[in-house]
Design a binder for this molecule. Sequence first.
Ligand SMILES: [Zn+2]
Length: 399
Amino acid sequence: MNEQNKYEWGEGVFTLLSWFKKDKVKNARVLVVGAGALGNEVVKDLALFGVGHIYVVDFDQIELSNLTRSVLFREEDAYNHSYKAEIVAKRAMEINPQIKVIPFVGNLLSEVGFGIYRMVDVVIGCLDSRIARYQLNRLCMRAGKSWVDGSIENMTGSVQVYTPGVACYECGLSRDEFNHIMVRTGCADVVNLQSSAGRVATTPISASIIGAIEVQEAMKIIHLDTEAASQFKTLQGKLLHYEGLTNSTNVYKFASWKNTCTAHERWEPVIEAPNLSATQTVRETLSALKSLLQVENVEINMCNNKFVDVVVSDKPEKEFKVMVPDSQLDRYMSANDELRKLRYITTFHKSFFENIDAEFPYQDLTLQQIGIPLFDVLQVSTEKGLFHVELDADAHLFL
Ligand SMILES: [Zn+2]
């Protein structure tokens, strides 16, 4: 046996910590959403702790300006236009070859299967927009999972933990903040040109401090059912605020849970269907669902995405057959010369499908092609009511 195989990560180091449970950490699964400054710090710390499975989501590519506060990025990554999630995953596994880090290049809502949210112990948000936090909160509430939220600006930062039944991000939003999100996410049939979020000035210091506190909270949540947990004070329902200018750190109560909030809808029970996969066609899936659920009528409700078959421009009046999930429409239009030029002089409207049943005209497309990711959970309407069905034939890809 060579040196490498004998050494088990953390042996003789973390095992000296009274609260640290090696097997718990090794078997833990953590989803990190956002691979920018905070995401770099968070994934680095999770890797150092030896968290066995880390999933990293980000749609963005690396730019030179990211290098000042992203410990896992290198200059060559910016020149190669590499994806943040892929590089973070690769470098974290260089730090700790005994863990597995799986990247998702895409949107947290429409391009990460809900099975991932159900499978993890805790979710860590490393986000810089309210809309993304709003979406992530809804997914975590739906899955019944706690999520740790961090934010940084200049020399300050804050961490909050949202847990179903205790605290919810949406419940804590002011009316103005909520309306702003609704305006940005609404407008069902008008093509929404994504404007990139304003760049916030941050420092490598606030990213390390806030990222570290986020991971520490995640470690507490991973150990929550152990004896040691009685020593922990967690940030569940609280807000930690760090002010670097004056070196002050304060913890405030911040539990907001309103019974009228629509974000609290939990998806359960979920039927785990071992033979269903997002690589199957709509036709195959509808038929399999009928026999699985013992029903006559099935309709898949696309809760997180839509399928766009056509976009129409006003001036000149013209139809374009696009055939892409809504989440990819912006990318598709940017890559198409005619559409890219037209988008500055016209308004586009789109024709889309969000309820998929026997009437859907493109039955031979796969679920992935219409915008349902691998290992997702389908919401299915039938004459017997609503069901949630997980595409479990895809699960092995993420274990
Ligand atoms: Zn709420």
